[in-house]
Design a protein around this ligand. Structure first.
Ligand SMILES: Nc1ncnc2c1ncn2[C@@H]1O[C@H](COP(=O)(O)OP(=O)(O)OP(=O)(O)O)[C@@H](O)[C@H]1O
Ligand SMILES: NC(=O)c1ccc[n+]([C@@H]2O[C@H](COP(=O)(O)O)[C@@H](O)[C@H]2O)c1
Length: 181
């Protein structure tokens, strides 16, 4: 059976990794949808789709399943998003998500959805990992070693700190662009 699991993976962290570990007990092939694939170089989405594919591919290589990382760009129309996903992905029988909108859209489209428990969500959250990266606090312990290697290879911390930087007069929220064009 083939499953589908989508996330922004900004970055791929140990919560995602635990979820893939669980999913691997239920399917023999898994498509990892790289969500919001067109977004990068912002505080909420610092890494490109290609960089996230590197993180995911290296981190899941130990699992005993075949995986395919597929970039999925966002659409303005939620009502056709599942068709968009299906048009980009190898066919799958079950979708995995804990995101209420994603679950709703798949269910309305007649796709079976499985949820997973949230693992150590107090710290295993992309927002927390990025906050620690910005503040030069320990983030490496929250991600697989392979992901930490990719972040270092691409100078990811420096990038995130730059795109988050302001002139110092105010704090920038995670989803706010401090450098609007
Ligand atoms: N700690 C976790 N345990 C289980 N599932 C998780 C965990 N963190 C995220 N997920 C799930 O993985 C999917 C992808 O999540 P996503 O990439 O948005 O990560 P996130 O940690 O929620 O990131 P952000 O804080 O950047 O929004 C979602 O279904 C989300 O609910
Ligand atoms: N209309 C759309 O483009 C649409 C709808 C639902 C989810 N998504 C994407 O799916 C991904 C879901 O991942 P998260 O669970 O990490 O939020 C995100 O990248 C989100 O933008 C997009």
């Amino acid at each position: 059976m083939r499953g589908f699991y989508i996330g922004r993976f900004q970055p791929y962290h140990n919560g995602h990794h635990r979820m893939v570990e669980e999913i691997a007990t239920e399917v023999d092939e898994l498509v990892l949808g790289i969500g919001s694939a067109g977004d990068s170089h912002s505080p909420r989405n610092p890494f490109t789709a290609g960089e996230r594919i590197m993180m995911v591919n290296k981190a899941v290589s130990d699992f005993d399943i075949t995986t395919y990382a597929v970039p999925i760009e966002d659409l303005d129309r939620n009502s056709v998003w599942v068709s968009h996903v299906q048009s980009m992905s190898p066919a799958f029988e079950v979708a995995y998500s804990n995101n209420p909108l994603v679950i709703q859209l798949f269910k309305e489209a007649g796709v079976e959805v499985h949820q997973s428990p949230m693992f150590n969500r107090e710290v295993l959250e992309g927002t927390e990992v990025r906050q620690r990266m910005v503040e030069d606090r320990d983030w490496e312990s929250l991600v697989p070693d392979e992901v930490a290697d990719v972040v270092r290879e691409i100078d990811g911390i420096e990038r995130l700190q730059r795109v988050t930087a302001t002139d110092g007069s105010e704090r920038v929220a995670d989803d706010e662009d401090p450098n609007p064009c």
